[in-house]
Ligand binder design. Structure first.
Ligand code: FES
Length: 294
């Protein structure tokens, strides 16, 4: 028997915001839904959002869920959490936030919070007409045929949640929870992710040490290094949130960039420039760089 928190049980017995949202055909208001899971696999969630177009705010959210206690409670929690948020703010809601809102979930039920986060992303990206790159990547080689889980999906959940055991992967995405013939494959993916993480950390540490000891860069070296850091360390983070950044020009210590996608229309774009782009370039290329949006 699973140990559930009072909050989980409350939202299971008294779910909030259950049902669909009818399109009001009202000017300035849009309705969209995102869908994940499948009834054949035991869990399916359709998350509905009503959006005020001008402010980009979620003004209502409802859910239709087929699943267990945790799936119902996670879906209900999510609808409460996203109401009143802008779409950019909602994209920052992680599966960990959903679990925390509920006061925790049994690890074996964490897949319910993952399902909520994926349905939210699916709805927002559908509304924005943006292709969900990492979901598309989920269509890679099939590792767990019992639950239809691909290698990219396992990699993603391992990276995003810092998982280190096969049991954790089973809890988060169900892979490995059936016949067990994929367990070795899941173990290999975890080992590869940990190995890549350690190799990347060692490489970045060496490069940061190099920034402090190397001589001045030529302009060509500076531009090449800025582009490399943007491509490898900045853009993947922004793309995961529906945005992107492009290098426009470099003039002395001034790095001119264009914010794209969700970042271009985001109210926090100044913070993105300073925290996500400038701080990273100062650390990795030159401490005196100033990033400007053009
Ligand atoms: S193939 Fe993964 S549990 Fe059967």
């Amino acid at each position: 028997m699973w140990e559930y928190t009072d909050k989980v049980l409350d939202l299971f017995y008294n779910p909030q915001n259950q049902g669909a949202i009818e399109d009001p055909n009202q000017e300035g208001v849009a309705v969209v839904y995102g869908e994940v899971g499948s009834i054949a696999c035991g869990d399916a969630l359709r998350l509905h959002l009503k959006i005020e177009v001008d402010s980009d705010k979620i003004i209502d959210s409802r859910f239709q869920t087929f699943g267990c206690t945790s799936a119902i409670a996670s879906s209900s929690a999510l609808t409460e959490m996203v109401k009143g948020l802008t779409l950019d703010e909602a994209l920052n809601v992680s599966n960990k936030d959903i679990a925390e809102f509920l006061g925790g979930l049994p690890e074996a039920k964490m897949h319910c919070s993952v399902m909520g986060q994926e349905a939210l992303e699916a709805a927002i990206f559908k509304y924005r007409g943006i292709e969900v790159e990492h979901h598309e990547e989920d269509e890679g080689a099939l590792i767990c045929s019992c639950f239809g889980i691909s290698e990219p999906k396992i990699r993603r959940v391992v990276i995003e949640n810092g998982l280190s055991t096969v049991e954790q992967v089973t809890s988060y995405v169900k892979a490995g929870g059936g016949c067990g013939s994929c367990l070795a494959g899941i173990e290999d993916i975890i080992a590869a992710v940990i190995d890549e993480k350690e190799t990347t950390a060692a490489r970045i540490a060496a490069e940061i040490a190099d920034v402090q000891t190397r001589g001045p860069l030529t302009m060509v070296q500076k531009i090449a290094l800025i582009q490399k850091v943007l491509d490898e360390e900045v853009r993947p983070v922004l793309i995961a949130d529906g945005g992107d950044v492009e290098l426009y020009d470099v003039d002395g210590d001034f790095v001119k960039v264009t914010l794209k996608g969700a970042c271009g229309s985001c109210a926090s774009s100044t913070a993105t420039l300073k925290d996500a782009v400038e701080a990273k370039l100062r650390l990795r290329v030159l401490p005196t760089l100033v990033v400007q949006a053009v």
